[in-house]
Write a new protein. Sequence first.
Length: 402
Amino acid sequence: MAAVPWRRENYQAGAVIFREGDAGRDAYLIESGRVNITRADGNGQESLVRALDAGEIFGEIALVDNLPRTASAVAAETTTLIAINSQLFFDKLKHSDPLLAHLLGLVVSRFRASNTGSGHADEAVVAHLSALHDYAVRNIRASQDMSEAIERGEFLVYYQPVVHLADGSLAGFEALVRWRRQDGGLVNPAEFIALAENTGLILPLGRWTLGEALRGQQLLQQAMDRYHPGRAALFMSVNLSARQLLDADELETVMAVIRDSGVNPQQVKLEITESMMMDNVDLAIEAMHRLKRQGMLLAIDDFGTGYSSLSYLERMPLDNLKIDQSFVRAMRTKANGHRIARAIAALAHELGMDSIAEGVEEVADEAALKQLGCKYGQGYLYARPLSQADALDYIAQRGSER
Ligand code: C2E
Ligand code: CA
Ligand code: CA
């Protein structure tokens, strides 16, 4: 269960928000009103340290180190605060760049020590942060390992077929990156994509994957032309990280890689995960329009698992909406699953997009999705993600009618 991200709290003039020595939990943003930060002097008298106005944040240090408050906070007038949940903050910290998280911890511990004038707090803080430290060190090692693996060429691209639900014919492939360690073991992206995202390694990895997937598109297209002449051209779907989308220079690089590949941009579909662009929707929409002007196709991935509002969705120049596999599974197993899948398919249609269902595993899924007017299907029913050689075989083996 995710922590509530924030909540509002109201205080009358003179009300205590927290006292010196209290267990530190949340930080606060002053929405309206005024807050006095006070500290007790030697003989128990409270003296004003700072007066804070609307828009200011306080209590943030305890958020990082979880130690008792070193000052008190009192509402100076009727005040509304937005509490920033410490659990949420800690989760965010854990998912951020580990080096950054660790340095933040160190800075805070030094600040505490200099503020209290005792070496005592410093030790306690370091003890508390040692878990974070271990985590940081593990992650720094893992990202080092991964960047060397990129240089050693341990990554490869697998291809999963996407079919037209209407007649089962092959429409295209989704490129899915894999890591083959030197001992031959394959690592799934679920295990390293998050690390790559946090450390920025997703940029070199994403660049490489895109180039490789486009070379794959040309090979697979050649096989298609040879075994099934006259069929419509195949598209190649490539997953784009929010970092690749939101960084202007990286977006240029993405467009240059596509341009230089010689693949018709109309055959290139970029999949963008719904939840990943929500931090900066306006920029994401602008970047999507830039890609669209180059002729690429755009799909929103894992739809329904993020928080995109319908008004955003309408502003995005999307060609496809990918119905997340959790909905396809729910359709199979839950009473109301079908209604939800139907609503998503209708929404896509209403917004002028074609939908692609992920995780199609059973014949019954296919039939139900077809009935909902879903255009494409992808999943184990058709094929697992295939190595390039297996994908070429897959095309060669398909019946001539397809
Ligand atoms: P995704 O884009 O949602 O990819 C679909 C995932 O569902 C793939 O997992 C695929 O193997 C799996 N899948 C396909 N059909 C079925 C099915 O019928 N049943 C079930 N249960 N699963 C199915 P995979 O390859 O492990 O990829 C995981 C995620 O990693 C991807 O999710 C995508 O978000 C990310 N990813 C993969 N390659 C790249 C990449 O090159 N760049 C970026 N940025 N992300 C990538
Ligand atoms: Ca995808
Ligand atoms: Ca997906």
